[in-house]
Design a protein around this ligand. Sequence first.
Ligand code: SAM
Length: 346
Amino acid sequence: SGPKKEELQRIIELMDGFKASKALFTASEMCVFDLLQSQPGLDAAQVAQEIKASEKGTECLLEACVSLGLLKSKERKYQRPVYKNTDLAKRFLRSDAPFSLHGYIQHCNNTVWPLFSHLESAVREGSNQHEKAFGKKSKDVFQDTFYNSQEIKLRFMNAMHSIAKVTGKAIATAFDLSRFKTACDLGGCTGAMAYEFTKAHPGLSVTVFDLPAVVEMSEHFHPLHTDNRVSFVAGDFFKDELPKADLYILARILHDWPDEKVHILLNKIADASTPGCGILLSEIFLDEDRRGPSRGLLQALSMSVGKQRGATEYSLLLESHGFITAQVRHTDNFLDAMLCIKDVQC
Ligand code: SAM
C-alpha cells in the first residue's frame, strides 16, 4: 500500500526538526522575543529595523515562529500582520523571564549545534568532536574549552543557570531531606540549584563546590543574594579534599565522565561520608530498556567520554560505593532524581 499520512508526517517532522531548532535559536539569538515583549504588535518591517536585519528574512523568520507556536500574528485589513509573543515565549524565551531558557538556547546554538554538525565523524570515530567544531583538542571540556575564554565560560554558565532555575525546585522538593543539615553541591556551577535547596529546606545549608574559574563568577549570577546558607568553595573534585557534608548533590555530573573518573569521584564522596549520609543524584534517567527518552539518548550522541544510564544502572553504581538507593523520582521536568544513603555496613 502507499504511504500513510501519519507515516509521512512523522518522517517530515524528523527531517525538519533541525530547521525548527535553528529558527528558534536564530529568533532567540536576534532577541526577537525580548523585542516583542517590550514592543508587542510590531510588523515585520519594524522588527527588521529593530534587529538590524532584512525585511524579507525577518518576515520569513516571524512566520516560521508563528507556525511553531512561538509567536502569534494578527491580520490587519490592507496592512501587514503584526506579531506578539505566545505564552510559551513569554514564559521561557524572553531573556529576563524567571524560567528563561535563553541561556540554554544560546548554548545549543553555539556549542551543541556545531558538535552535532560533526555527528557522522563522532559516530565513526567514537571520539570527541571539539577539535573539528572549535579548532581545539579537548580532553576535559570544562577546563580546555568552556573556561578558556570569558565569553564562552559565561555562555556555558548561563546555560547551566537557566536549566537549574527551571528544574531546581522539582529536584529540591523530590524527597524529604529534613534529616540533612549540610549539603555540598559538587559541580554546583552558579549556585542556582543550591538556592532552590535552601528555599525548599529551611534547616539546610549548601556549599557549592566548583572549579575556581566558575566560583569566581558567583557574584555575577547572584548579585543581590541574601541567603547566607549558600556558600561557595573553589576546587577540583577529582583532586582536592571535598567539603564535609551530610548530603552530596550530583546534578548532571556523572554523565560527563568516563567510568574511571566516576569511580574516583564516588570513592572520594564515600570516604568523606559516614553511615546515614546521602547522595542526591540528578540526571535524565533512561528507560530500563534504553528505548527512551529521546532527549537523553540524543544528548548522548554529542558526548564522547561519559554516558547516559537508567535508574537501575545508577543504583548499582552507587551501591558499589556503599550507597543504597532509598527513593527514585521521575519528574516531569528536565531531570529525574535519586536519593541514596550510605549503608551502616560501610
Ligand atoms: N550541577 C550543575 C547543574 O546541574 O546545573 C552544573 C552541571 S555542569 C554539566 C557540570 C559542572 O561540573 C560545571 O559547573 C563544571 O564547572 C563542574 N566541574 C567540571 N569539572 C570539575 C572538577 N574537576 N571539579 C569541580 N567541578 C567541576
